[in-house]
Ligand binder design. Structure first.
Ligand code: GDP
Length: 473
């Protein structure tokens, strides 16, 4: 997967070309340097390895021989809307051993760490929380690709639905095991008969229960009645223990960006997942082509922390730019090493930047076309990407909606100045304004529209594209 980003080549192509060489791999699998070099040769790309490459994978054993220790599993809850995902996560968090750890985190942080007793030991599970709405399907598959296991929630009284099927596919694409939580069993008089029926239906999607000789755990639960939760948690540990999740605690930290926000008081806050090594306060983090010293880290329970180990989700503050979600980061104890690393990346690979909005639209200027320019501002990178990825494709033949800028944060004076020069209107999604920005926009007649719900902003863009709205409307 990482290689496919670096080579700007779809992962299926890489997998196919390896299969032709007789090497069978999955998207998240670790591959050794020789094979990487063979693929790179095909794309006429030179690969230069970092001094100490330590790579782990969730599906195969790490090749690094240095001291690896067990790390907690990362879990995403998936399933059809209203089948009980939110209720289940809430009850799981309440049922943890150390209640204090629950802390004051908000929904927005997007991750929860919970501690449970399993076989006499206190063990942690990290839950990545994703917006439930189908529009956030891409966000969900990103969460899955960073997870070790998925819990698929299916309400027994509603059965397999469209989003259940989509969820199964997304978990399979991410190559992670699924534990099925058959929920709302309090609503049925014949749990046994109904769960058996559901299991038969799930077999059609290749989810075969363990008791039938398959490898999928299926647990009957009632989230609202808090029934079956302990069994579900035990199953998560059993499944993830089979994966033997390990990471090296001694090396410099590496991981992935989950989300970025900008707000007036804290500036840029970035939610990251540490996948390898240990991150200490004061180290330098390199994300994409920017770097900064980590002065402040907040853990998933909302507390300031000085260290973060593998599988920790933490918020850091003070980056100079907003990184895209899914960007990999590396940390360095010495600033000099961080700078070297950036230089090396720049000269070797001319690092590709993730196309955010431009890929979804083509902006060839044509005669007789009405051009409508828009600037999109959104509260977070996740929301911005959700808009970019869901922009409707049906367009009016004579109208061209052009996104001149898309960025995270509140609407600033600079945005309005840019709107003036580029003749754009500003679409603000779930975000606010700097006071001067509002004044300037009023003075210069710049249209600013506020949206709170993703459907509204998408409908508005669609209306613009279909010629149903004019700039003055
Ligand atoms: P989500 O959309 O998948 O996150 O579903 P929610 O957690 O919001 O639940 C949808 C509805 O189902 C809510 O009204 C819950 O109270 C209800 N619900 C969730 N779990 C159970 C359960 O185990 N039994 C019953 N009877 N209702 C449940």
């Amino acid at each position: 997967e990482e290689l496919s980003t670096l080579l700007l080549t779809p992962k299926n192509e890489i997998i196919k070309s390896l299969l032709l060489k007789g090497i069978s791999v999955t998207p998240n699998q670790l591959i050794n340097e020789d094979i990487i070099q063979q693929i790179a040769d095909e794309y006429e790309t030179k690969i230069i390895t970092e001094p100490k490459p330590i790579i782990t994978t969730k599906t195969s054993k790490p090749i690094s021989t240095s001291a690896q220790t067990q790390r907690p599993p990362i879990v995403t809850i998936i399933g059809h809307v209203n089948h009980g995902k939110t209720t289940l996560l809430h009850k799981i968090r309440n049922s943890q051993t150390n209640q204090k750890e629950a802390g004051g985190i908000t929904q927005k942080i997007g991750a929860y760490e919970t501690i449970f007793e399993h076989k006499g030991e206190n063990r942690k599970i990290v839950f990545l929380d994703t917006p439930g709405h189908e529009t956030f399907s891409s966000t969900r598959s990103k969460s899955l690709s960073n997870s070790d296991l998925a819990i698929l929630v299916i309400a027994i009284d509603d059965g397999i639905k469209a989003q259940t099927i989509e969820s199964i596919k997304q978990a399979k694409d991410a190559n992670i095991p699924i534990v099925v939580a058959i929920n709302k069993v309090d609503k049925t008089d014949s749990i046994k008969a109904n769960t058996e029926r559901l299991k038969t239906q799930l077999a059609e999607y290749n989810l075969i229960p363990e008791e039938w000789g398959g490898d999928t755990s299926m647990v009957a639960v009632s989230a609202s009645q808090e029934y079956g939760i302990k069994e579900l948690i035990d199953n998560i540990f059993l499944r993830t223990d089979m994966l033997d999740l390990r990471a090296n605690p001694t090396c410099e930290a590496k991981g992935i960006v989950l989300e970025t926000n900008i707000n007036k008081t804290k500036g840029i806050t970035t939610l990251i997942l540490v996948q390898e090594g240990t991150l200490h306060i004061g180290e330098t983090i390199v994300i994409g082509d920017t770097w900064s010293k980590i002065k402040n880290m907040v853990d998933a329970s909302g507390k300031t922390t000085l260290v973060a180990t593998a599988s920790s989700v933490i918020t850091i503050q003070g980056l100079l730019t907003t990184p895209h979600t899914e960007t990999h980061f590396s940390c360095f104890r010495k600033v000099k090493d961080a700078i070297e690393f950036i230089k090396m990346k720049k000269t070797n690979t001319d690092f590709p930047k993730t196309p955010l909005v431009s890929a979804t639209h083509s902006f060839i200027k044509q005669e007789n076309k009405t051009e409508i320019n828009v600037i999109i501002k959104a509260e977070s990178q996740g929301l911005l990407e959700a808009v970019a990825l869901n922009i409707p494709t049906q367009k009016h033949p004579n109208v061209n909606v052009r996104i001149t800028k898309a960025s995270v944060g509140y609407v600033t004076e600079t945005d309005v100045e840019f709107a003036i020069t580029s003749k754009s209107e500003i679409l603000a999604f779930n975000t606010t304004y700097a006071p001067e920005a509002k004044k300037l926009a009023n003075k210069k007649n710049i249209i600013i529209k506020d949206f709170k719900v993703i459907y509204d902003i998408l409908n508005y863009i669609s209306a613009l594209e279909n010629g149903n709205k004019s700039r003055n409307e």
